[in-house]
Design a protein around this ligand. Structure first.
Ligand code: C5P
Length: 305
């Protein structure tokens, strides 16, 4: 678009929630020629969320303010999403982005990607942008492999780099009603995890396909298919994460998996009382632990004043 678009704004302020995700399965199929890895992964949105407040300004700039000071800069994916929309539409509308961070960062929970998708969705509604779904998806994919998933959310099979998103049925096993998330006190670089992944950890996508088929038929996937191809390498390389996994199991979790490239581990529970008791025990041991649940986000997460 070569002309400066006129943006229609009837409200000064727009709030949007940005939800985290877990990876129920993650098959790494192989390394691609572009350096990325071909994936098949089943992701589910969870109710742990960041809150973003967008305010219209008259100074034609994007200001990024975050409760995590090191994220208060233009490199923040939320700011990059706003810059991308302005560039794509050749518009200069100023916006202040205030980001209340609750999702732990570089944790395998998709916090940064979700913030970026939330800004895209909010600006689309707030600025009444005439973007086609594929325009929005392409913009999201250019910001990061997980960003397209967060435009849709819920339960989905994501393939390719992660950007090919197929929504699955609205089903979540009752045995996984409550989700404990344990974030070990270390940061893990996704890039490094993929770089160090041996080909022996590649799979052919069987786990994600089988889990998708089961979930689409409202069946609990076989536990053997709840596989994360990055987990073995991450547990071997980071003893703190392996120890945290042992502590979760000792505290009463029956099943523990790494989310994405970690370091966050998740453990599902059927009953709140059990989940809460395990959370309290692990918090007493000094761990950062969140009690969450699967969620299907909807347009209500954007609100205007
Ligand atoms: O796409 P995103 O910027 O979130 O990915 C971060 C890094 O993770 C990439 O630079 C790449 O090294 C690795 N990655 C990968 N294959 C994917 C997704 C991410 O190798 N499908």
């Amino acid at each position: 678009m070569s002309y400066a678009q006129k943006i229609h704004i009837s409200s000064k302020v727009c709030f949007v929630q940005a939800y985290a995700k877990i990876n129920l399965t993650l098959d790494v199929l192989g390394r691609r020629t572009d350096g990325y890895h071909e994936l098949a992964t089943v992701m589910q949105t969870i109710d742990l969320h960041d809150t973003i407040c967008l305010t219209a300004t008259d100074d034609n700039r994007v200001h990024m303010i975050c409760t995590t000071p090191e994220l208060s800069n233009d490199e923040n994916l939320a700011a990059r999403a706003a810059y991308l929309v302005r560039e794509r539409l050749a518009c200069k509308q100023g916006v202040r982005i205030e980001l209340y961070k609750r999702i732990p960062t570089t944790a395998g929970l998709g916090g940064g990607s979700s913030d970026a998708a939330a800004v895209l969705l909010a600006l689309e509604q707030w600025w009444q942008l005439q973007l086609s779904p594929s325009d929005l998806l392409n913009m999201a994919a250019s910001l990061g492999s997980d960003v397209p998933f967060f435009l849709i959310g819920g339960l989905a099979l994501c393939e390719g780099r992660g950007e090919r998103v197929t929504p699955l049925a609205r089903y979540w096993p009752s045995s996984m009603r409550w989700l404990l998330l344990l974030k070990p006190a270390i940061s893990v670089s996704t890039k490094a995890v993929f770089r160090n992944l041996p080909a022996s950890d590649y799979t052919d996508g069987t786990h994600s396909r089988a889990a998708s088929t089961a979930l689409n038929a409202s069946h609990i996937p076989d536990v053997d298919h709840l596989h994360n191809g990055l987990e073995r390498g991450v547990l071997e390389r980071y003893p703190e994460i392996a120890a945290a996994r042992e502590d979760l199991l000792k505290a009463g979790a029956r099943f523990v998996r790494l989310s994405g490239s970690g370091p966050t581990l998740f453990a599902p529970f059927a009953e709140l009382a059990c989940a809460f008791q395990v959370q309290q025990q692990l918090q007493a041991q000094g761990y950062e632990v969140y009690l969450s649940r699967a969620i299907n986000p909807n347009a209500g997460s954007v609100c205007f004043f």
